[in-house]
Design a protein around this ligand. Structure first.
Ligand code: NAG
Ligand code: NAG
Ligand code: NAG
Ligand code: NAG
Length: 205
């Protein structure tokens, strides 16, 4: 019966928490006057963006490189197949993101949209990756804030969906799906371009 007696205090606590978060929401000027839109049939926002990943492979210039392997492939990777499928290799990236397919004129870290995060290879028999990254927007076209994405990049599939798990700023509390496809890739994956069709199903507008 102890559970019964604790319930009213839990409800009271919930009301206090709700009250606090409501007043915090009102106090947050950027969301003032905006409303929450959510439909799982129709996206509230759609974007097509291209991510360019240029891994530093010792021969490329350091100024042009946008990603770096932070670990080597594991011994298991090379034991299973030589030269292996990178199993266990982790790559950290800060990649330029563009609306068209062309590389931006400068690869320095000032692009209006960037993808910052990491991927690692997780399959013994073929290249396959898992991604976790933020799209960082500082752009007049798309606004300011971040969208956070994660999921399995099943590289043998032509298209694969990963989750948009949240957002900040102009993308406050957003959720959705990003459909990835490899638009171009060099043989050794030193350069690849991912097409990202992002559909957001929960937005503040
Ligand atoms: C270096 O970067 C360019 C893009 O700027 C890319 O096309 C190329 O494959 C990279 N690697 C080497 C070895 O040049
Ligand atoms: C660096 O990238 C630019 C294009 O963004 C390209 O013209 C140049 O050849 C690249 N340099 C190297 C060393 O890859
Ligand atoms: C970075 O690239 C932009 C756009 O090309 C350019 O205006 C800016 O001067 C560059 N910044 C640096 C530090 O190279
Ligand atoms: C955002 O863009 C503005 C204008 O181009 C620039 O001054 C500012 O440094 C950028 N902020 C970040 C975090 O890149």
């Amino acid at each position: 019966m102890a559970t019964w007696s604790t319930k009213p205090s839990l409800i009271a606590a919930a009301i206090v928490v709700l009250g606090l978060s409501c007043s915090a929401g009102v106090a947050h000027g950027r969301r003032h006057g905006r409303s929450f839109v959510s439909s799982y049939d129709e996206p509230c926002k759609e974007m097509r963006l291209y991510l360019h990943d240029i891994i530093y492979d010792y021969s490329n210039s350091t100024s042009n490189s946008t990603s770096a392997a932070a670990t080597k492939p594991t011994a298991l990777s090379t034991a299973v197949a030589d030269p292996g499928y990178f199993f266990g290799e982790m790559v950290v990236f800060n990649d330029p993101v563009t609306e068209g397919t062309a590389l931006p004129p400068s690869l320095n870290e000032t692009a209006a949209v960037r993808a910052q995060g990491m991927y690692f290879y997780d399959r013994k028999e073929a290249p396959n990756a898992w991604f976790s990254f933020s799209l960082v927007f500082n752009s007049t076209a798309h606004g300011h804030g971040t969208i956070n994405l994660m999921g399995a990049d099943l590289m043998s599939e032509k298209t694969r969906d990963i989750s948009v798990v949240g957002g900040t700023g102009d993308f406050f509390m957003t959720r959705g799906i990003a459909t990835l496809s490899t638009d171009e890739a060099s043989a050794g994956l030193e350069y690849f371009r991912l097409k990202m069709d992002i559909k957001l199903y929960e937005c503040y507008v």
